[in-house]
Design a protein around this ligand. Structure first.
Ligand code: BGC
Length: 367
């Protein structure tokens, strides 16, 4: 997956532009102009369904509240639900939203490849489907993807790890370990691939050594994004590879929850804190960064992501096309999903105050 710099294209309902990669959808209505979309519009007080995954990080919890408030404020009737018990629950929730005549279904998938049937039924019922934060895979029943650029998140994490090692661990070569997210989450792969695009050349030239030898995605993934799972894996890795004085200099972690799981394991083993990356700007991790412990995180302002999604819903409501700024990067196996990608920001102790300046929760932590 590559990141392409693309100009922002706003597709008006009357525009003659056709999105590349959209032609494979046969479910969408085709307007007289030949553009893809169910662009007929719908009532301003329609039901909007938002299917969220499990509460695996703070961003999802925040999204629930922002969707409820923002959709109500825009005049819609929101149904916002978590699927804490897993995929079947999320499938049932989406089917129920369709039955309740939801005009747009926003989905943050637990498993992006297991919703084809339910989203297909949503499209057949005339709903618009937006993949939110996580791509929906192997189905043409998705109109749009709205997310922070996941591959770029990984690139920033890999870059921060190298930078942190140079700053805090003296001259290389350095010993590192790798962590990836949950394999069922479509984001876990681009995060890892983005990071490895930076780290693999340094592993190849021996600047970095992965002492455990665990470098494949399957070996380093963390089921359910659960801290306890990565902690168990690290307990084993540390006792097998680092109990003889070998120093663990750095860890690639895909998010803050898992970074904290790794740090717990490292502390329990009595080893010095490695340079470790993260993502999500969770309160506990921002505090850890300010205390000089966790090295970096990523800021993906959930307020921005939810606002962009509500803007898209408003456009669909009026029968207009939403804003799209990438038509090449996110191929879901059936089609390249037209995307609106936001820019993630890397955060370390050095720029935290500046990056979080307008965030009422995080700004005070940097004072
Ligand atoms: C999100 C991350 C989050 C992870 C676990 C991913 O899909 O993009 O921000 O850390 O899920 O909740």
């Amino acid at each position: 997956m590559k990141k392409f710099a693309t100009a922002i294209i706003t597709l008006g309902a009357v525009g003659a532009l056709t999105l590349s990669g959209c032609s494979s959808s046969d479910r969408d209505d085709t307007t007289a102009e030949g553009t893809e979309s169910a662009a007929a519009g719908f009532a301003a007080d329609s039901t909007i369904g938002v299917a969220l995954p499990q509460k695996t990080s703070e961003n999802w919890v925040l999204a629930e509240q922002l969707f409820n408030d923002g959709l109500k404020e825009a005049g819609f009737s929101p149904i916002v639900q978590f699927a804490n018990s897993g995929v079947p629950e999320q499938q049932n929730q989406i089917s129920a939203m369709v039955e309740q005549d939801a005009k747009v279904i926003v989905v943050g998938a637990i498993d992006g490849s297991q919703l084809g049937t339910q989203l297909g039924a949503a499209k057949d019922a005339g709903a618009t489907v937006i993949a939110y934060d996580r791509l929906v895979k192997n189905t043409d029943a998705v109109d749009q993807y709205i997310a922070f650029d996941n591959y770029q998140v990984g690139v920033l994490q890999g870059t921060a790890l190298l930078e942190g090692l140079a700053k805090r661990q003296g001259a290389g070569p350095w010993n590192i370990e790798l962590v990836a997210g949950s394999a069922d989450d479509a984001n876990a792969t681009p995060f890892f691939e983005g990071a490895m695009s930076v780290l693999q050349p340094k592993i190849d030239d021996k600047t970095l050594t992965v002492v455990s030898g665990q470098t494949d995605f399957d070996a380093v993934q963390t089921a359910g994004w659960k801290a306890e799972n990565v902690q168990k894996r690290f307990d084993t890795i540390l006792s097998a590879n680092y109990s003889d004085g070998t120093v663990l200099h750095g860890v690639l972690s895909p998010n803050d929850t898992l970074a904290r799981g790794v740090l717990t394991s490292v502390k329990q083993a009595g080893l010095p804190t490695p340079v470790i990356t993260g993502q999500d700007s969770e309160v506990e991790s921002v505090q850890s960064i300010m205390a000089g412990e966790q090295y970096s995180t990523i800021y993906k302002d959930t307020r921005e992501l939810v606002a962009a999604t509500i803007d898209a819903i408003k456009a669909y409501q009026k029968g207009e096309k939403p804003e799209i700024n990438d038509t090449e990067s996110y191929d879901n196996g059936v089609k390249v999903v037209p995307s609106y990608l936001l820019t993630p920001v890397i955060v370390t102790k050095d720029n935290a105050a500046e990056v979080y300046a307008n965030d009422p929760t995080l700004a005070p932590l940097t004072k």
